[in-house]
Every structure is written in structure tokens, then in C-alpha cells.
Design a protein around this ligand. Structure first.
Ligand code: NDP
Ligand code: OXD
Length: 309
């Protein structure tokens, strides 16, 4: 079986080693070398170029090294009959839990004010709410959203969740669908976006959403940049509707130097590193997918390409 690796350039060597060590009996080629496209049966991919997957007539499986698959489905030539499996990996989940807990603490402890006072060498004490006085609303109660909810509950935060379909959790009140969105937002003081990017979720972090949050709310976006209408966020920040934002993902990445978000005193920025897939841990999920394919078993973490996640 011939496998093509198309991952971030700086990770390709580590991915190759991991696949050699964990999945016996594969011939591995690394992009941009492809050889004869009709020989490739499996592609392990991050941001494959437009048309690459469609050029492989014998492709049997595509494995996304990311949890999100928008980077693959944005290619309109993607062969939709080929199974697409996404990344579910304890390391990726742990990274996101750490990021969201860190970001929630930055917001509820109002660290932007402390950092601003430090920059001005001003001693400006203030009391901040404790976690039990703060409600964190998580958009997207999937693998990552649920894990973050558990960690935030452990910190003492109130946690509520929003998803496409109804959910039931012991300690997390949940809302679903467009009908549930308003109630969810009006109760949320720190909004965390962990949605996949789909036709339905694109632009969801915009004026309509910000207007429904209580005044002085915080926004954490670790989903995708296209969830956010950046101009609406800047307006909401400047109007005081949103007190602070923690952003990991952007409409254009790397974030252009002239983007006003860089200089905003109440915006924290990270470069799409909320959680990064580590080949040495993610290889378990990749090996499982190839094993399931070889044995003709149902594939774990199969994406519904119609829904886009
Ligand atoms: P999952 O597929 O496990 O969960 C997705 C969740 O979003 C589900 O609860 C789903 O609802 C909900 N959802 C989807 N569409 C809608 C909708 N239209 N309305 C309301 N809820 C919706 O994904 P993961 O938790 O594994 O990952 C989530 C996203 O996080 C990824 O797609 C990726 O974009 C992002 N990510 C970002 C990283 C970073 O470093 N910044 C790293 C890893 C992931 P339901 O349960 O009803 O299906
Ligand atoms: C992912 C990502 O989707 O890294 O896993 O953004």
C-alpha cells in the first residue's frame, strides 16, 4: 500500500519516522514528490493543494492531521466518495484544554488590565470575579468542547454548551440549534468557539452574536478564523460590548502586520497554536485508520462530508 504524506514541511520528517515505526508494510512518499498518482491509496494530509486528491484514481482513504477538515473540503474537486477521517488524539485534546483554561483565566482575571498597568508602571489593584461567579459558554460540544468543559468545571466555572444536535451532560446545561442560540448567548460571559468551520458556522462570531452577550463579555476563538467577522469584533471591543478577546485563528494566516487586531490593547493573539498535532502521539489514530481500512472495518472518526465535520 502506497501512502502520500502532505503535512507541514517542518513536520514531514517526524511524520515519516512515525509512520515507518507504527504502520508496517507501507511504501511512503512525501509531497511534493508523488510519483504515479494512480499508485497512491492513502493520503495523510494538512492543506493539500487544490486538485491533488482528485488526481488519484485509486485513493481509498484520506486522513486529516487536523481535527478540522475545512482545509481539505475547501477543495471543490475533493472526491467526496473517498472516506475522510479526521484527527482525534489525546495530545491534541490536552493542548486545547490547556489553551482554553489559560484563555478563560486571562479573561476572568482581567489580565489585560494588569498587563496594561504594568506597561505604564502603575499600581492599579482591582478585585476580579472568582470562577464560580463566571459562566463560560462553549460553542461546539464535540471532542474538544467536552474536554474543555470538564476542565473548566474542575476550575469552578459555570459551564454551558451549544451544539447542532441536543446533548445531555450532568453538570453542563446545553442548548442546540439556531433556536437555542439566543438563550445560550444571553447567559454566556466568556464565549469559547470550538466549532468546525462549515457553511452554517462561517461568520457566526459577528455583530448578531456579540449583541446578545451580556455587556463586558469575553470571546475566545480557537475554532477557525472564518468564524469571526473581525470588523464586528473590533467594533464590539471599541463600544465596550466585548471587554477582551483571545484569538488563535484568523481569516488570513499569518495575520498581516497591518491588521488592527495586533495593536488592540484588549486582544491577546496566538499564531494558530492553541493545539498542534504531534506526529508521535497522533500516529496512533493514523495507524488505527489504516488498520481499519485494511481489515474492511468501519472507520473511526469518519467525517460526514455533507455536514462538513
Ligand atoms: P467535533 O466534530 O468533535 O465537534 C464539533 C462540535 O461542533 C459538535 O458538538 C457539533 O454539534 C458542533 N457543531 C457543528 N456544527 C454546528 C452548528 N451548525 N451549530 C451548532 N453546533 C455545531 O470537533 P472537535 O471538537 O474535534 O474540533 C472542533 C474544531 O476545533 C475543529 O473543527 C477545528 O476547526 C478546531 N481546532 C482548532 C485547533 C487550533 O489549534 N486552533 C486545533 C484543533 C481543532 P453536534 O455535537 O450536534 O454534532
Ligand atoms: C486542527 C488544527 O484542526 O490544528 O487540528 O487547527
Amino acid at each position: 500500500m502506497k501512502v502520500l504524506l502532505k503535512t507541514d514541511r517542518y513536520l514531514i520528517g517526524r511524520w515519516k519516522d512515525a509512520v515507518y515505526q507504527h504502520v508496517p508494510g507501507l511504501e511512503i512518499v512525501t509531497f511534493p514528490f508523488v510519483g504515479d498518482p494512480s499508485d497512491i491509496e492513502v493520503v495523510i494530509a494538512w492543506e493539500p493543494p487544490q486538485g491533488l486528491l482528485a488526481s488519484m484514481p485509486n485513493l481509498k482513504l484520506v486522513i486529516s492531521t487536523g481535527a478540522g477538515v475545512d482545509h481539505i473540503l475547501k477543495d471543490k474537486t475533493f472526491p467526496r466518495d473517498v472516506p475522510l477521517v479526521r484527527m482525534v488524539d489525546p495530545g491534541l485534546t490536552q493542548g486545547m484544554v490547556e489553551y482554553v483554561v489559560m484563555a478563560a483565566l486571562l479573561c476572568s482575571r482581567r489580565m489585560h488590565r494588569a498587563f496594561s498597568a504594568q506597561a505604564r508602571k502603575m499600581w492599579e489593584p482591582e478585585t476580579v470575579p472568582l470562577a464560580p461567579e463566571v459562566t463560560v459558554g462553549i460553542m461546539g460540544m464535540g471532542v474538544l468542547g467536552r474536554a474543555c468543559a470538564g476542565a473548566l468545571l474542575g476550575m469552578g466555572y459555570n459551564v454551558i454548551g451549544w451544539s447542532r444536535t441536543p446533548k445531555k451532560f450532568d453538570e453542563v446545561q446545553t442548548f442546540d440549534g439556531i433556536e437555542g442560540l439566543e438563550k445560550f448567548l444571553t447567559r454566556t460571559q466568556i464565549l469559547v468557539c470550538l466549532l468546525p468551520l462549515t457553511a452554517e458556522t462561517e461568520g457566526i462570531l459577528g455583530r448578531g452574536t456579540f449583541n446578545r452577550l451580556p455587556p463586558g463579555a469575553a470571546v475566545i476563538n480557537a475554532g477557525r478564523g472564518a468564524h469571526m467577522i473581525e470588523a464586528d469584533l473590533l467594533r464590539a471591543l471599541d463600544m465596550g460590548k466585548i471587554e477582551v478577546a483571545v484569538l488563535d485563528v484568523f481569516n488570513e494566516e499569518p495575520l498581516p502586520v497591518d491588521n488592527p487586531l495586533w495593536d488592540h490593547p484588549r486582544v491577546f493573539i496566538t499564531p494558530h497554536t492553541a493545539s498542534v498535532t504531534t506526529p508521535e502521539s497522533a500516529i496512533v489514530s493514523v495507524a488505527d485508520a489504516i488498520d481499519e481500512l485494511r481489515k474492511g472495518l468501519p472507520l473511526s472518526n469518519l467525517v460526514n462530508v455533507e455536514l462538513g465535520y
